[in-house]
Write a protein that binds this ligand. Structure first.
Ligand SMILES: C[S@@+](CC[C@H](N)C(=O)[O-])C[C@H]1O[C@@H](n2cnc3c(N)ncnc32)[C@H](O)[C@@H]1O
Length: 259
């Protein structure tokens, strides 16, 4: 191993390549090898020089190409034979991205690493849907919550967190357990007319925003055939999108110009 060998755990952001950090761009353009996930957009991959070898380790057609343990072992092996390994992940590596597990595996083997934050889906989808996650008088705080558990584990979300009308909830990976999430929100006592946004493929030219309420959430997701990746934003702040949505008009103008 060369003395400068290092692994960079890099966040690619939510999809729009303009949301990459300068550091992420510099690293993917100077890597010896790139290891990437399914949520890294094709537009971002197109910024990687052809000379940089790439390894895809994401989920393909419903199965993991490699288990997380296998990815950890691969990263350790690659670090031992390369100077600069870039491990590129959608969003932020430390927000529901298993970046912590990979960093721990590297630390255990005394392999040097750096973490480069990316814009997480909650920030990006909210901004591109015209929804401030906090807003004076509407939301004092925000919770990022996973709607998915490790295999065979039951999803349990703290009812007090769900119930607080002054908090915005952002639920990642919520589609598979949507019925349970609606039922947990209902039994927590959160008002059924609380506004909800489903943001599908946020920040990309195929972004869709569906606005509904907790009461109508299951039906809205089915009616619009929502697909992954999608994020749920729940709370009074969602109502501001009616005045603050700037991205859909920009997209419509672009479509009209290039039609
Ligand atoms: C495994 S988590 C990875 C999160 C990522 N590390 C981050 O910080 O955004 C994947 C989930 O993030 C959300 N997500 C990621 N990118 C998204 C996008 N462009 N639009 C909507 N949701 C997105 C979806 O809920 C998806 O199921």
């Amino acid at each position: 191993m060369g003395t400068e060998a290092k692994i960079f755990l890099v966040g690619a952001g939510p999809g729009d390549p303009d949301l990459l950090t300068l550091k992420a761009l510099r690293l993917i353009q100077t890597a010896d090898i790139l290891v990437y996930d399914r949520l890294v957009s094709p537009e971002i991959l197109s910024l990687v020089p052809n000379s940089v070898p790439r390894l895809f380790v994401g989920k393909a057609t419903g199965r993991h190409t490699l288990s997380q343990l296998e990815i950890n072992v691969l990263l350790v092996d690659l670090a031992r034979s390369n100077q600069r390994v870039v491990r590129l992940k959608g969003g932020d590596p430390f927000v529901f991205g298993r970046g912590g597990e990979e960093a721990l595996a590297l630390a255990k083997q005394r392999i040097a690493f750096e973490v480069v934050p990316g814009i997480t889906a909650a920030q990006a989808c909210a901004a591109y849907a015209g929804i401030p996650l906090t807003h004076r008088g509407l939301a004092q705080g925000v919770h990022f919550i996973t709607g998915h558990c490790k295999d065979n584990e039951t999803l349990v979300i703290d009812p007090a967190t769900l119930a607080d009308p002054d908090q915005t909830l952002v639920i990642y990976m919520g589609l598979a357990n949507l019925s349970q999430i609606v039922s947990d929100l209902t039994s927590s006592g959160r008002a059924m007319d609380t506004p909800v946004a489903i943001v599908e493929r946020g920040t990309t030219p195929r972004q869709r925003n569906i606005f509904t309420t907790i009461a109508q959430l299951n039906d809205a997701a089915s009616a619009h055939a929502i697909e992954s990746p999608a994020l749920l934003i729940i709370g009074k702040v969602v109502s501001l999108a009616a005045e603050l949505d700037w991205f859909m008009p920009v997209m419509q103008e672009m479509e009209a110009r290039y039609a």
